[in-house]
Design a protein around this ligand. Structure first.
Ligand SMILES: [Mg+2]
Length: 378
């Protein structure tokens, strides 16, 4: 089997004003992604997604990776991974070159599954779970006068939908964060999980101060309290607050995750399959986490492609540690409005309350809706 072609699609959706949402990084006004489709000489095709600025990822895939992929055997996923990484290592050990490898790698695993007639999670070693428990990612900043009230109503909506856990944004100043966390906790009551994500908005002192202020609201984890470069800062926060610390969505490859795991800088590691290096590298990162006793709950963002790929990865992650009542993997399900996530799959996922079934069928189990792909192609 040989690769005949590699095509890339930039998808873009401008949010209507009423759907604009804010995190500590700023207002989010557009959703965009790069999809990479790889086709073989015998007519099979696989699709992957890259995290981050789509137009730059497109240039990397089209100009640098495509010429190295044509004519290769798509089943040689590790060989291809090392070739792409090694060839451009001097210029691209983190960020978009790795996100672009991720898209290629996900597409190759989709192809491998289709060629062998097996879902990707089977090829990864089999499912530890056939459905995953999702938490709702939302509770961003709203452009309204009473943001805390809007967050409380949004949180009640997720609880009504059946989510047993949800994650809210912090990073807007300690007083406002505390007000918002209190409002959401009071809205959902004591029995549902509540996590908070600062998107690395704080230095160590402020992160600790916030963590200590909201301890009484039973926070499931505190995500990205400080910038990803500050591993010592993560450790300082982890020692000072009584809640698990999470991070890793802005990290790349086994080398990037080595220090985070070896030093146990986080309790919960959150690699994103569309950023960290695809399935091939995510398995290596998960092995590092396992060897160091760190739990992996993947970060999930983006389109249906990233969502389906993340489900296959989540299915294949062993519980840490194994036990009769082991800590259940919590799967990130973005609830912000995004047609690229909700409409791109011709057959959508089956979700009952907060339980998502693994997609059936070979590869990623995903058939792209070509009309939707065309509508949002930039
Ligand atoms: Mg996050």
């Amino acid at each position: 089997m040989k690769i005949r072609d590699v095509q890339s699609h930039v998808l873009r959706h401008e949010l209507p004003a009423a759907e604009v949402f804010g995190s500590a990084k700023g207002w989010h006004t557009v959703r965009q992604a790069l999809l990479v489709e790889i086709t073989t000489e015998d007519g099979l095709s696989g699709v992957g997604e890259a995290y981050g600025p789509a137009i730059v990822n497109k240039t990397i895939v089209d100009e640098l990776y495509r010429p190295r992929l044509i004519g290769r055997d798509p089943l040689d996923t590790s060989v291809i991974w090392e070739d792409l990484y090694g060839t451009f290592r001097d210029y691209g050990r983190k960020g978009m070159p790795i996100a672009s490898i991720s898209a290629v790698d996900i597409a190759l695993w989709d192809l491998k599954g289709k060629a062998l007639g097996q879902p990707v999670y089977k090829l990864l070693g089999g499912p530890f779970r056939t459905r995953v428990r999702a938490y709702a990612t939302g509770l961003y900043r709203h452009q309204v006068p009473d943001n805390a009230g809007a967050l409380a109503r949004e949180a009640e909506g997720y609880a009504r939908e059946g989510f047993r856990a949800m994650k809210m944004k912090v990073g807007f100043g300690i007083d406002e964060d505390t007000t918002n966390v209190r409002a959401v906790r009071e809205a959902i009551g004591p029995d549902r999980g509540l996590m908070m994500d600062a998107n690395h908005a704080y230095d160590v002192g402020h992160a600790i101060r916030l963590g200590q202020r909201v301890e009484r609201y039973d926070i499931g984890w505190f995500e990205e309290p400080v910038v990803p470069e500050d591993v010592d800062g993560y450790l300082q926060v982890k020692q000072a607050v009584r809640m698990p610390i999470a991070g890793g969505e802005a990290e790349y490859t086994r080398w990037g995750f080595r220090e985070l795991t070896a030093r146990k800088a986080v309790d919960i590691l959150q690699p994103d399959i569309c950023a960290c290096g695809g399935f091939t590298e995510a398995l290596r990162i998960a092995a590092l986490a396992s060897a160091n006793g760190v739990t992996v709950f993947p970060h999930v963002w983006g389109t249906s492609v990233g969502l389906f790929a993340s489900l296959h990865l989540a299915a294949a992650l062993p519980p840490n540690p194994p036990a009769m009542l082991a800590t259940e993997l919590l799967f990130e399900l973005d609830r912000t409005p995004n047609p690229l996530r909700e409409q791109l799959a011709a057959v959508p996922l089956t979700r009952t309350g907060d339980l998502i079934e693994l997609p059936p069928g070979p590869g990623l189990g995903l058939t792209l809706d070509r009309e939707i792909l065309k509508r949002y192609s930039a």
